[in-house]
Design a protein around this ligand. Sequence first.
Ligand code: DX5
Ligand code: ZN
Length: 210
Amino acid sequence: MVLIAPSILSADFSCLKDEIKALDAAGADMIHLDVMDGHFVPNLTFGAPVIKSLRVHTKLPFDTHLMVDNPALLVESFYQAGADIITVHAECKDFTKTLQKIKSFGIKAGVALKPSTDENIILDVLDMIDVVLVMSVEPGFGGQSFIKTTPDKIARIKKMLAGKPAQIEVDGGINAVTAQLCVHQGADILVAGTAVFQTKDYRQNMDALR
Ligand code: DX5
Ligand code: ZN
């Protein structure tokens, strides 16, 4: 069964505590936290203090997607804040060293790939990673259209991961139609912002993706 990771980028930021609780009650499998630094992507969101303040309101895993230039400097603070999975971009500074650092905390490490990044970049880190996060839009903003070449990329990554426990997560432009295309090629986790928050019935919106 595919797992649903709602991105709170599309939540009401004036009441994040209530939004997290509502997602938990509606059956979310984890919470996807999009951290942006205004450099790696042209947008700013939130950092470890916000995540720490949310941590006490749910037991769901916190899936932390770092869209920052230099994640090595920050991963410890996200671990301390209660992240269960920390994913860093393959395009970032010192990404292999950063993955090792994340693993040293005893939590899951992920590597994210922008749409134009060749998936072969993960070959050197296959034994270190728990998640491959395939971006199906350019990182930075919610509400963009799904890039149609993504399912083929997922299929190629699925082959590369044969025999490894790592999961494939897809992020951006996920709706009932694109979800199916991705799951068909081997996606294990679907990140969705717009599709989950489009109406107040979060359970129904997530079930539509499943
Ligand atoms: C984009 C973020 C995504 C985004 C997904 O940089 O990584 O998680 O919030 O939003 P939707 O589902 O609206 O494309
Ligand atoms: Zn994300």
